[in-house]
Structure formats: C-alpha cells, structure tokens
Design a protein around this ligand. Structure first.
Ligand code: G3P
Length: 218
C-alpha cells in the first residue's frame, strides 16, 4: 500500500521523507490556504522534494477553466497530479486531461457510482472520503469495500483507490485489509501509527537494564 501525506506543510513533508515511508503528497484548497503560501510556489517546492505523485487541486467549477487550470498545474512538474472534484464538469475535465496524458485525481467521492464515472473518464486516482462519511453517520469504510469490489470486476480499470479523509489508524488498517492502493494520511495520523504503549514500556525496561551494565556501544 502506498502512503501519501495529506498536507501542504513543507517542513512536515521533509521530516516524513527521512523515514522512507512517503510515496506521494495530496493537497486541497483548504490545505493550501492553511499553509499561507502561493499555490504554484508551494506545489513546485513539494514536487521537487517528493519523487512520487503530488496532487494539486483546481478551483474553477466549469470544465473549460478546470482544463486550463489543470494544464497550468501539470506544467509545474512531471509528478504533478491534477485534482478535480467529482462533478459533471470535473469528470469532463478529467477525461480531457487524461486524454492529454496528464495524471488526475478525482476527489470528493462519496459513492461507488461516482467512483465508476471517474474510472471511465480515465482518472489515475479516485479519492473516496471516509471520515466525512463517518461524520454524517454513514460507514466510510463500506464505500472503500464497494469501490474495491467494483473495480476488481473490470481488469481494464486502472484507476487506483486512494483512501482520503482518514482520521485515525483504524481507517488506514481497514483500508489496507481491503487492498486499497493508496492512503493519504494526515501527518498527525502518520505519527500515531508508530505508537504502542508496549513499545514504550519495553524500551524503558531495556534501557534501565542496559544502564546497569555500565557499557557503551560507541
Ligand atoms: O484531501 C482530502 C481529504 O483527505 C480531506 O480530509 O479530514 O478534511 O475530511 P478531511
């Protein structure tokens, strides 16, 4: 399973790159706004840092302008993936950009029917939002299972399932058990993945015993 980080915070991305865990980055207009930076500048910096796909989202709502924005974003770097909302115009733009060989990530997906449209339009990634479904009392993970099942029925579908709106490690591990291709994870949740109280307690005991030996490795 590929791990993307869902952030436009360059310092956080640099820190995570050092773990070797990072396969890509996703941003959205809210994350760009949170960074306080210019969208083109911050995406260029992230694309230089991360060899894998980096999603930058269009902000127009009509297909012709989405296509122009997507073409401009795609010029930033070869690993820039154009993120488009799952609307009628977003799907039209996805089809047009995909025909040009530009990588696309169709976002704000909340149903398996929507995921099928994105795949038919040639999307590189589909981004179903699990946390936001849970927030309204639906089961976000059921959507991931449905999309994985539908896509698996058609060998000519190459769209990758990119699980988004992940709020906790359970979301991630449920998605991994379903065989989802990618998870985009907020930095806070990536740090939570490392944590286990028995790891902390075990390490504390080892270090206490080691101290008693008076030895040093270096
Ligand atoms: O970037 C899309 C998605 O991951 C947003 O997550 O937590 O704002 O629902 P969230």
């Amino acid at each position: 399973m590929k791990f993307f980080v869902d952030t436009a915070d360059v310092d956080e991305i640099k820190a995570l790159l050092e773990t070797g865990l990072l396969d890509g980055v996703t941003t959205n207009p809210s994350l760009i706004a949170k960074s306080g930076r210019n969208i083109l500048e911050v995406l260029e910096e992230i694309c230089d840092l991360v060899p894998g796909p980096v999603s930058g989202e269009v902000t127009a709502t009509d297909a012709p302008t989405m296509i122009k924005e997507g073409e401009k974003l795609a010029k930033i770097a070869p690993n820039l993936t154009v993120k488009l909302p799952l609307t009628f115009d977003g799907i039209k733009a996805c089809y047009a950009l995909s025909q040009q060989g530009i990588k696309t990530n169709v976002t704000l997906c909340f149903s398996s029917a929507q995921a099928l449209l994105a795949a038919k339009a040639g999307a590189t990634f589909i981004s179903p939002f699990v946390g936001r479904l849970d927030d309204i009392g639906s089961n976000g993970m059921d959507l991931i299972a449905d999309i994985c099942q539908v896509y698996s029925m058609y060998p000519d579908i190459h769209t990758e399932v990119l699980v988004a709106s992940i709020r906790n490690p359970i979301h991630l591990m449920e998605a991994a058990k379903m065989g989802a291709d990618v998870a985009t994870i907020p930095p806070k949740v990536i740090h939570q993945l490392f944590k286990h109280p028995l790891t902390d307690a075990g390490l504390e005991a080892f270090l206490k015993d080691w101290e008693g030996t008076g030895q040093n490795i270096l």
